[in-house]
Design a protein around this ligand. Structure first.
Ligand code: KL2
Length: 418
């Protein structure tokens, strides 16, 4: 058809390297490609553009021909795309509740998906969905996350996340569960303080869901629209597992906009202690000061000392998390250095959508006393190539006749070695 744009599968060349077996001495175990001891699955992350948000922000879609903006035109296209790619897991954002109930969920169910949904709080029309193929997984747990907190003034926005724990269906072999998270972080380019706190809340929930009995984490896939660009402090925090935000302006966190005129510097700490999330992005167990005597026996001076200690501990401008996460995409075309884009409309063409995953690592896992907690590894097999802004303007930007959101779907194929 005229105006269609081709995306191809990129197979990731993995010059791998003998796998380090941690358990036992089964060195006679053949490590071959067609081994039975694997579980392959594919994941799509797709912001499908809620119709209400499209209509509220109609200035962003002036470049579009009117008919392509109707939901009755867009939804069949989106469904066709989902059906065509046939991913085992779908992480969808901007899923409008009324459309979810009447069309999206029934359609996906008839394609063999089990669907879970978390609507945004407040009066927001949309939410995040995670759908998975019955044939591939069974559901262990559903864990919605609300980033709105009545008791934390900073957290006055209605964004949400959703974390599922899924059990791969494999004959005869035991498999760890897989933790799949989906979110759509706050858009406001100036409020990096809120974005980082929302991310910390999602990471804390993932920690709690992915945590296994032996203290390690099961494999993790974290998808979504993070409203932050590659290389930004928020993005780097996800990938590096640490961030020193001292002196960082709140408008610089996401990298969506250049100017940080008149912007506040992030406070230390970013979120208050009553959120119950540590600087390591895990839920805090209620900390009781370790004192021999009961509270009533303490003098005021002793209490002051305790407080000072607790405060000193918390006055660090460093964030951490325990996962080692890789991005499915590399965000630039290797030959030209031109950026990939995941969203394109009249005001911007940038990457804000990601599929992050806990990558298989050689040698590190199982080292006694390793600093980083053990995270189950996935191998990236392939990804569906993204496009440049220029590619997209040759088909009139987004949405267009064939691509019915202002975002592109991201797709990855993973392997879990058992
Ligand atoms: O970046 V987005 O689009 O995933 O494509 O996330 C938000 C924005 C989404 C949910 O809040 O609505 C879009 N200017 C541009 N886009 C906006 C604005 C705005 N002022 N407000 C919301 N969105």
């Amino acid at each position: 058809m005229e105006g269609t744009i081709k995306r191809h599968w990129e197979y990731i060349c993995n010059h791998n390297k003998e796998k380090t077996k941690i358990l036992g001495d089964k060195n006679d175990d053949p490590i071959c490609e067609d081994s039975e001891n694997k579980f392959d699955f594919s994941v799509m992350s797709y912001n499908i553009l809620s119709q209400d948000l499209l209509e509220d922000n109609s200035h962003l879609y002036k470049h579009c021909q009117r008919p392509v903006l109707h939901w009755s035109f867009r939804f069949p296209n989106i469904l066709k795309e989902i059906k065509h790619f046939d991913a085992d897991v779908l992480c969808l954002q901007e899923v409008q509740e009324d459309h979810y109930g009447t069309e999206i969920r029934p359609s996906l169910e008839s394609l063999g998906y089990h669907c879970e949904y978390k609507m945004r709080t407040g009066r927001k029309p949309d939410g995040c969905a995670i759908c998975f193929k019955h044939s591939k997984f069974s559901l262990i747990s559903v864990n919605p996350v609300e980033f709105y907190r009545r008791d934390v003034p900073l957290l006055d926005r209605d964004n949400v996340g959703l974390v599922l724990l899924l059990q791969p269906k494999i004959p005869s072999t035991a498999s760890p569960a897989i933790c799949v998270a989906n979110t759509h972080l706050l858009y406001n380019p100036r409020r990096g303080d809120i974005k980082l706190t929302q991310l910390a809340m999602l990471l804390a929930e993932i920690s709690s869901v992915a945590h296994q009995k032996d203290g390690s984490f099961c494999p993790i896939v974290m998808c979504g629209d993070f409203n932050s660009v590659p290389g930004s402090p928020l993005y780097s925090f996800i990938k590096e597992g640490k961030l020193n935000y001292e002196g960082l302006a709140i408008g610089k966190v996401s990298g969506q906009e250049q100017s940080s005129r008149g912007q506040r510097i992030l406070s230390i700490p970013i979120w208050p202690p009553n959120l119950g999330i540590s600087q390591n992005c895990v839920y805090e167990v209620q900390q009781v000061p370790k004192v021999e005597k009961t509270d009533s026996d303490l003098t005021q001076t002793q209490l002051d000392k305790t407080e000072v200690l607790v405060t000193a501990e918390k006055l660090s401008s460093k964030l951490q998390h325990h996962f080692s996460l890789s991005s499915v995409y590399s965000h630039y075309f290797p030959d030209t250095g031109i950026p990939e884009v995941t969203t394109c409309h009249s005001r911007s063409a940038i990457t804000v959508d990601y599929i992050f995953y806990s990558a298989e690592k050689e040698g590190v896992a199982g080292q006694p006393g390793a600093e980083v907690a053990l995270v189950g590894g996935l191998k990236l097999l392939a990804r569906l190539s993204l496009l440049t802004e220029q590619d997209l303007w040759t088909v009139n930007g987004l949405p267009n006749e064939n691509n019915s959101s202002d975002h592109l779907p991201l797709l990855a194929k993973f392997r879990l070695e058992l």
